[in-house]
Design a protein around this ligand. Structure first.
Ligand code: NDP
Length: 604
């Protein structure tokens, strides 16, 4: 763990000047092409998607029937599969495009990959599997192992189809079954389906002129080429880079974790930056066996989950078990609001209190750069000029320090991005940087159509396509059930708790709900379960009474949080959570499940 030097004495915050600076920095980055600036990985770029981790195995196509098919083998599929197995639903089939379980953690094996939310609450089913996380923020190999552990413990490997992409999912109303077709020639049926394809799984490349002409080696961070770099996902030195000039394009959460490892390994490392990330303290530490044994009493993980949500997205709690950057942020905002006299706790004053706390936090984060980075010009360029939740907040204790390593160069593009890629390297402001390898830390598709990202549309009753049903915005009850799509369940945060600081919590709760509903349908001999239109409308109307989206406001610097600064259209107002907040939603859904009446659903 690194201890930062004490912060320099803070001058008073000039809010007006800061806001002007934020707007000026945003304006530099706004571009008319929005999401279209990125390249889809097909055609000449298709090889960027190849799986470097698991050899492809031939198998015969499946034409059988299963009770439950789940699309996606990441956390969503694993936790839902586990809960279904616990509920006695034995034939669960997970279909996954990767070569194993893990989802994000299958693909993202870049050096330094690590969870940004504390392991105790981020890693699912710790109590059920009896695993003690080794660190407060576990590294990727341990998280992938946890996925595999869940798969093994719950027998989810038996029926799984890996390296398989679903191409079509259609409801057969006569047979009351879903028909699932894949790119491996499968055409099997399922009584129920679950969808958990995740929000960030389709890598994208920046549409930089000349990108296809580069003659050196290149790959995307989610397909890390250890055969080229040497080293391994556990952090062994990438010894094959000792004589290489490497460029990494992008400085988001992925790059922040990979750069310290590259800085250690490369002869020369060039970090091409368009917008700096905010880098707060990480303070990772090992988890002590005795301490863990003392707290891991029955029900511990649920208690930790609820405590985090209450502190981060509820009214606060007497105790803060997790104590991290997320709960700190919320505590600061709450304290400021509590300092307001009761008559001043209006939405406007509360927003102002939130803004003050954000200015304070971001000033600290900028001061941290000055404390750590020795070269003045580099330090200035690494400062983030936007509100903290405009972009994914990052936490790291070696990233800024990496810029003090001889041979590591920040190439700041002043918001313009890389100008051109040539046969030999990367051009910024007219200067060519010759490189042996370019690593694209350019992120994943977010703002593109669901159909394009999932690779399929869903055809429900009477030929209704999901893309039509959601043409004007997402409509569901609890983010799980969609009218017109019987026996289909969505596992994701939106229109439920929408707890972004700990996504797995949303998924484990949805998994519990789905397993209980399926068990009930099977026990009742019901062939179909579906949300009524009225119940769905009521839920959506309730969602629209809330405060709207907190993250990625339109005046933020562009990024995937705010649709690259473009108007996301009226549909985006449906991408919200329960108006009373995540903690209240989890309480509500627990009551809904316990009532056992499944209000809003019809079993036929
Ligand atoms: P991001 O989309 O966050 O970052 C992409 C980067 O590429 C940005 O810095 C972007 O700049 C830059 N970029 C794009 N085009 C150009 C260009 N033409 N020239 C120069 N730079 C360019 O992707 P990440 O993979 O870093 O992260 C995606 C998400 O994955 C995170 O936000 C997070 O949700 C998740 N993640 C989570 C982690 C965790 O929990 N531990 C770790 C890593 C990722 P600009 O900002 O200007 O657009």
């Amino acid at each position: 763990m690194t201890t930062d030097a004490p912060a320099a004495t803070k001058p008073p915050i000039d809010k007006k000047a800061l806001l002007e600076k934020y707007i000026a920095e945003r304006d530099k980055r706004l571009r008319a092409d929005g999401n279209a600036q990125y390249l889809e990985l097909k055609g000449v770029f298709g090889h960027y998607l190849e799986d470097p981790y698991t050899p492809f195995k031939e198998r015969a196509p499946k034409t059988d029937h299963v009770t439950f098919a789940f699309i996606g083998g990441g956390f969503a599929g694993l936790v839902t599969g586990a809960r279904l197995k616990e509920a006695g639903v034995d034939d669960v089939r997970i279909v996954e495009k990767g070569g194993d379980f893990g989802g994000t953690w299958y693909w993202n094996r870049y050096p330094g990959a690590q969870c940004d939310t504390a392991s105790m609450i981020y890693m699912p089913l710790l109590e059920e599997t009896g695993h003690k996380p080794t660190e407060k923020y576990a590294h990727a190999p341990e998280i992938l192992e946890q996925c595999q552990r869940i798969g093994k413990q719950y027998g989810l490997y038996d029926n799984a189809l890996f390296h398989t992409e679903v191409e079509d999912l259609s409801w057969d109303d006569a047979a009351k079954r879903w028909v699932i077709a894949t790119n491996r020639g499968d055409r099997f049926t399922a009584s129920f389906i679950g969808l958990g394809t995740g929000p960030l799984h389709v890598p994208k490349l920046p549409g930089i002129p000349g990108i296809e002409t580069f003659k050196g080696h290149a790959f995307h961070t989610s397909r890390w080429d250890y055969a080229y770099t040497g080293g391994d996902p556990k952090g062994a030195l990438m010894d094959k880079l000792a004589d290489k000039r490497v460029g990494i394009i992008g400085t988001g959460a992925t790059s922040v974790q990979a750069v310290p490892h590259l800085a250690r390994a490369c002869k020369e490392l060039y970090v091409f930056q368009r917008t700096p990330s905010s880098i707060d303290v990480r303070a990772n530490q090992p988890i002590d066996d005795d301490w863990f044994a003392s707290i891991a009493t029955p029900g511990w993980q649920q208690r930790w989950l609820e405590n985090f949500t209450q502190n981060q997205a509820g009214g606060g709690a007497d105790e803060d078990l997790v104590q991290d950057g997320w709960t700190d942020l919320s505590r600061r905002i709450r304290e400021r609001i509590m300092h307001l006299p009761p008559e001043k706790r209006t939405p406007r004053d509360m927003l102002a209190a939130y803004e003050d706390s954000d200015f304070e936090k971001m000033e600290e984060i900028r001061a941290r750069v000055d404390n750590i980075v020795k070269d003045h010009e580099t330090a200035q360029a690494l400062k983030a000029w936007y509100r903290q939740l405009c972009k994914r907040p990052c936490f790291h204790d070696q990233y800024l320090q990496a810029f003090n390593t001889p041979g590591t160069h920040l190439i700041d593009t002043d918001g313009k991005g890389v100008e051109r890629i040539t046969e030999r390297g990367v051009v910024v402001a007219g200067k060519e940087y010759e490189l042996d390898c370019i690593i694209y830390a350019s992120g994943f598709e977010v703002g593109t159509e669901y159909k394009r990202r999932a690779g399929f549309d869903l055809t429900g009753r009477d030929g209704l396509k999901l893309s039509q049903a959601w043409g004007e915005g997402m409509r569901s009850k609890h983010g799980v059930h969609v009218h017109g799509f019987p026996n289909a369940f969505f596992v994701q945060p939106t229109q439920g708790a929408n707890l972004i600081s700990n996504v797995p919590h949303n998924l484990t709760e949805a998994g519990k709900t789905i397993a209980q509903i399926v068990r009930h349908a099977l026990d009742e001999g019901a062939k179909e379960v579906e949300v009524t239109r009225e119940a769905q409308d009521q839920w959506v109307n309730l969602l629209l009474t809330g405060p709207g989206r907190m993250m990625g406001a339109p005046d933020c610097t562009p990024g995937y949080y705010n649709n690259e600064g473009q108007d996301p259209g009226p549909a985006a107002r449906y991408n919200v959570g329960y108006p009373a907040g995540a903690a209240a939603y989890f309480k509500y859904i627990d009551g809904w499940r316990k009532a056992g009446t499944y209000e809003g659903l019809e079993f036929r």
